[in-house]
Design a protein around this ligand. Structure first.
Ligand SMILES: Nc1ncnc2c1ncn2[C@@H]1O[C@H](COP(=O)(O)OP(=O)(O)OP(=O)(O)O)[C@@H](O)[C@H]1O
Ligand SMILES: [Mg+2]
Length: 210
């Protein structure tokens, strides 16, 4: 789907270590500004405004389908404005969440129709899927313990049962999609970082051979 750059997404429940890993990968790989990091929802002015709207604790009345459509709108914008142009320039793009979050959260977490969400993902990305997805697997309680002291946002308030359904969804996705590689996120940051870099190098090398 993209001939030049390399597209990595990071997935996992809240507090699984995605942002920590994204920052350490960028520190390691970002020679000559060759890496573009984004977060979802977000990554553009418009997408960050949609993020504020969706995560605002006052908006507890947002319906599940509305939420999915707002995330899709934010994703469509960041794909066209940032991700595709960066890949076309030959850069590495690292996304802190991408389309698997929609399936795990809105599908398995909230119970929206999975086929609707797969179709929505295809539409809003124009079929741009990551070359490699690193899924950080961790028990919701352990992830929550790490985050004590931070104020929960609207999604986080819904608690550990919701996170457990989301995790179950990620596990189904990881077992069915070859691009998704599952990492044990209970290990040290160093161990996770090293494994992530090994997986990235292997994937890059095998793609360059094709
Ligand atoms: N391997 C690790 N071991 C112990 N603590 C970690 C590890 N990785 C990250 N943390 C800590 O866990 C907390 C959550 O990590 P982080 O913010 O990277 O998760 P996240 O997946 O980005 O969460 P969110 O989905 O809410 O954005 C942070 O306090 C971070 O310092
Ligand atoms: Mg984060």
């Amino acid at each position: 789907m993209n001939d030049r750059g390399f597209f990595i997404s990071l997935e996992g429940i809240d507090g699984s270590g995605k942002t920590t890993l994204k920052e350490s990968i960028i520190r390691e790989l970002n020679l000559n500004n060759s890496v573009v990091g984004i977060r979802e929802p977000g990554g553009t002015v418009v997408s960050e405004q949609i993020r504020d709207l969706v995560l605002d604790a006052r908006n507890s009345g947002i319906m599940g389908k509305t939420e999915a459509l707002l995330y899709a709108a934010a994703r469509s914008q960041v794909v066209e404005e940032v991700i595709r142009p960066a890949l076309n320039r030959g850069q590495i793009v690292i996304a802190d969440r991408y389309l698997d979050s929609t399936i795990a959260y809105q599908g398995y977490g909230r119970g929206l129709d999975l086929q609707f969400l797969f179709d929505l993902n295809h539409l809003c990305t124009g079929g741009l899927y990551p070359d490699l997805t690193l899924y950080l697997d961790i028990d919701p309680l352990e992830a929550y313990r790490r985050r004590q002291g931070e104020l929960p946002d609207r999604l986080e308030q819904e608690g550990l049962e919701f996170q457990a359904r989301v995790r179950a969804g990620y596990l189904v996705l990881a077992a069915s999609e070859p691009r998704i590689r599952q990492l044990d996120a209970t290990r040290s940051q160093r161990q996770i970082h090293d494994e992530a870099l090994r997986l990235i190098s292997t994937c890059l090398l095998s793609r360059n051979r094709d």
